[in-house]
Design a binder for this molecule. Sequence first.
Ligand code: GDP
Ligand code: MN
Length: 397
Amino acid sequence: MNLHEYQGKEILASFGVRIQRGMVAHNAQEAVEVAKRLTQETGSEWHVIKAQVHAGGRGKGGGVKIAKNLEEVEQIAGQIIGMDLVTPQTPPEGKRVHQVLIAEDVYYPGDNEPEEYYMSVLLNRATGRNMIMYSTEGGMDIEEVAEKTPHLIFNEEIDPTIGLMPFQARKVAFNLGLSGMAFKEMTKFVTSLYKAYVESDSNLFEINPVLKTSDDKIMAVDAKVSIDDNALYRRPAYAEMRDLREESAIEVEAREVGLNYVDLEGNVGCMVNGAGLAMATMDLIKMAGGEPANFLDVGGTADAKRVEEAFRIILKDPAVKAILVNIFGGIVRCDRVAQGIVDAYKNMGDSIKVPIIVRLQGTNAEMAKEIIDNSGLAVHSAVQFQEAADKVKEVLA
Ligand code: GDP
Ligand code: MN
């Protein structure tokens, strides 16, 4: 589950990570009130107005702007709230901004120039260990840094049985070229950041930029935080941070009825039981010349009601040109599923306008094929995997 910047920063701060302070506003008047309060608390006369949407690159798209007085706060907040912000990470039509973060200006002048670094904490799946990725080249596109100057990106892997060792935090500060007070600040920053990552059950922290202020403080100016969905049951406070407006409407609906659904780009909808079979089915669709429109695992209880719900979800995607149902009857009996498909089809009447290919294998598979073939509906049945693939090819042709 992805969070907004302001929510990610709240979590970081609760673990003692220094952040650029700020408050959320939903309209221009509130922005002015919030900016006044923030000035009292931080002493900062200038403010940064930051669009809160689930997408990076906001700065480039005009979603991050500096305000030098309260009139500018009002004007800029009014302009950003309600806009459809387009960045390299949003859909082409952009994302509607419902709220902004009013933050203290932390790029104030001083003895040194402010400097921007990159830092993320994530799981290295190849080694099964958490790692801290960091670079002196912060503030910009880290993908570009990785491509053009990969030697400027460092990795620090953490042994899960020991945790982050003090020497590792010092190594990070050293590799970033820090000394004196900034060095100490960085080791503190890294240590609390890693603790926050582990104890919040996150699967991604990306802090870009981490800022060294002109007076050598180290802080998070941006925060991309993603919490592990499977841990939300024990993190109710974080679960409440979910913003449904930021998520795919179809995925939200699927989650509500308990279906494991991921929206994809292709034209063949699929309904499968079991995640492994679902992956294999997506491969099969590709080999037949189609592209899967979704990943959908209906789980173990593929009864008529569930099958109907799954059909409804799949058909919400206008790109779907055919549906492939691939169910293995281990615990569920295939004849039950077949009856479920026939019932769902009849219940939904006119709303199914695309061909359906059904492959049922396992307990009572032959009986299931008979039910489908005798139903008089425009459903193609298949017993073998290859047969199903051929039929997908046929209906797409
Ligand atoms: P992103 O573009 O979505 O990654 O948003 P960020 O939160 O990273 O902000 C983008 C850029 O805004 C940063 O890289 C900074 O250069 C700039 N910025 C953020 N906070 C401040 C601030 O307090 N003062 C000034 N002058 N610039 C800031
Ligand atoms: Mn950023």
